[in-house]
Design a protein around this ligand. Sequence first.
Ligand code: F0G
Length: 402
Amino acid sequence: MYHLECIECHKRYKATEIIYTCSCGGLLDVIYDYSSIHLTKNDLKGRLSVWKYRALIPVGREPITLNEGGTPLYRVDRIAKSVGLKDVYVKHEGMNPTGSFKDRGMTVGVTKALELGMKTVACASTGNTSASLAVYGAKAGVPAVVLLPAGKVALGKLAQALMHGGKVLCIRGNFDDALKLVRDLCDKEGFYLLNSVNPYRLEGQKTIAFEIADQLGWEAPDRVVLPVGNAGNITAIYKGFKEFKRLGIIDSVPKMTGIQAEGASPIVRAIKNDADAITVESKPETIATAIRIGNPVNAIKALIAIRESGGTAETVTDDEIIRAQHELASFEGIGVEPASASSIAGLRKLARMGLIDKDEKVVCVTTGHLLKDSEHVLSVCPKPIEIDATIEAVRKAVFAGS
Ligand code: F0G
């Protein structure tokens, strides 16, 4: 019913093969026999969840699941007004079980690991992937090895990876170094690699697109704006929309719009330079540690998704990210980590540049929860005020300056 196929040379591999990239070095996609899939809106009634889309999830066994997916799609009129647009939504992926969209990929990826008989799972991570892998590894009873860039992972994510029993290794290097290492480790030790280079992970993440279409009344938005790091999610969401269009469930595919932090923006530069490949950045840096990546493994897929869909890519500064994080929190009650806020920062910038039409229906994906990075929050918000436990002191503090 499905196989793996290289996006460059189109070589096919059996679904049972343990392989992450083609022998030519190209990235792999999961390709279904779409003519045998008959999925209608009627089949998709009921509560949203990743496993509701089983017809388009390449796994046969009982899933390892914690009820991922079904995240809210909020209409954000105050944000819309402030950026000068009319129809803006936020898909808050921070509401997944571990607080990030990675759970969609991990429920599928870890289930696939069991199906393939793998005994240990592993990943490199800027934090969220490691938290999610540790959690799903725990649920599956499979050891999880995670490699993190030392000193550059938000505490909430580290805490999750540790508490759920991951073997947490902090390397002296950045995420790109960690990914190179873990790929080598998986090849040598037979561990199952669950970074987004593994096409099965993206099959879980594409359900973000399915849910957006459902939540908008079986229609695609004009544009989806999201943060880009290793570039898996943008390609996964694009694939999801394309599949729904192919099956006749929606009529169009949104313009995929990727946002990167100024200090870690190889995809944006490739789009702006009209280049076929990225130039690796050896020293990526941004306050949004989740997307502090200089050599995104899915770059080629992301460039295709952005170009084919008529989308674009843009950078935002750390200050713009912090402003957007505050706006989401205080205008809309949506708490997100810095990387996620880059989608709103990017929306504002693109709207200001006149690159988003005022009437477009836009969905911004916020990928991770505020509590993931509370250290950052404390560093950018006013300090709490300590006072005596008296009503006078409380009143004085409440009305100070008013
Ligand atoms: N937003 C958040 C909160 C993330 O954690 C990530 C990636 C992204 C956006 C970018 O997604 O890589 O698919 O383009 N985090 C990875 C990790 C790299 O290890 O947790 P992408």
